[in-house]
Write a protein that binds this ligand. Structure first.
Ligand SMILES: Nc1ncnc2c1ncn2[C@@H]1O[C@H](COP(=O)(O)OP(=O)(O)OP(=O)(O)O)[C@@H](O)[C@H]1O
Ligand SMILES: [Mg+2]
Length: 290
């Protein structure tokens, strides 16, 4: 199966992988479409395949991520949404047996280039997970951790400023300002998720990946995070995996529908939800399967 997929990969025209694991790009492949006329996509994927051992989880995914918009990834459980999200900041690198082929770019730069510093990449492309996962540290240190690693905030004042701004942007400052020295794990679930968003923002990323960020939250905390996502898109490019079609419709401008490891279709959220082109998309959004 892997062999057949590789063969397919090499003839598909997007890109191919050399034996050393680097990506060789075909210069003839142009981005499919820009987000707005004249604007290049923030990220592009071409012919992306992912294998866990012999099992192929994603098949030739071509997707453009527009800058400063929210792109929602939807589809039934096991269709490859998290797998695809992890490709975008090379989180799959840390999974044994996981192999990624194809071409993924951030601002036209190949993120699988072996010369690329993966730690820097993950600072540019932050991630928020399904379950809030604050470090076992104070609220302050949860936010300050990344900036310290990346040499940001040389003085105490600068670091204080980063912590405050990040918490403000994540809508948590008022609730946290009097308890900065207390453990992050002592916050409520919704507050912890905003803390994790603040932590992601603190290193000034350009892209934020969110894998079902509201699935552990109640409706009020969910609404708060959705408002936050809407505010954040002014400054960040956001990609969110969600099982809630209502949430995708509320927060995203673009939607991509995955099914059995294939990106079936993507486009403006309104189009996907009101006039899908593919009957599999139609079936999913109307609740016939999934
Ligand atoms: N670490 C792994 N090792 C082996 N197989 C994996 C691994 N992670 C995911 N898979 C498989 O890859 C496929 C895609 O999984 P993935 O987690 O990306 O789906 P998903 O769309 O995020 O599903 P869900 O909505 O349930 O989170 C599934 O068949 C899954 O079993
Ligand atoms: Mg998932």
């Amino acid at each position: 199966m892997a062999l057949a997929a590789e063969k397919n990969q090499q003839t598909a025209g997007g890109s191919k992988m050399d034996t050393g694991g680097t990506l060789l790009t075909n210069p003839n492949v142009k981005p499919a479409m820009a987000a707005r006329p004249g604007e290049e996509p923030k990220m592009t994927s071409r012919q992306v395949c992912v294998f866990y051992g012999q099992k192929q989880a994603l098949f030739n995914v071509d997707l453009d991520i527009p800058s400063r918009q929210v792109t929602a990834l939807i589809g039934p459980s096991g269709c490859g949404k998290s797998t695809y999200l992890r490709c975008l900041n090379r989180m799959n690198d840390v999974i044994d047996n996981c192999r990624v082929t194809g071409d993924i770019r951030l601002d036209a730069e190949n993120i699988y280039d072996p010369r690329l510093d993966v730690v820097m990449l993950r600072a540019r492309i932050g991630m928020v997970f399904q379950k809030p996962n604050p470090f076992p540290k104070s609220i302050y240190d949860n936010i300050a951790y990344g900036p310290r690693i990346h040499g940001m905030g040389a003085t105490k004042e600068e670091l204080d400023e980063i912590v405050q701004t990040s918490l403000e942007r994540a809508g948590l400052w008022n609730e946290a300002k009097d308890r900065l020295a207390q453990p992050g794990t002592g916050l409520s679930g919704g507050q912890q998720q905003r803390l994790c968003i603040a932590r992601a923002i603190a290193v000034s990323p350009e892209v934020i990946l969110m894998d079902e960020p509201c699935s552990a939250l109640d409706p009020i905390a969910t609404a708060r995070i959705e408002e936050l996502i809407d505010e954040l898109r002014e400054n960040y490019t956001i990609i969110i995996v969600t099982h809630s079609m209502q949430q995708a419709a509320r927060v995203s401008q673009k939607t991509a529908f995955f099914h059995l490891g294939v990106l079936v279709e993507w486009g403006d959220t309104e189009q996907i939800f009101t006039a899908p082109r593919d009957e599999r998309t139609q079936g999913y959004i109307t609740g016939r399967f999934g």
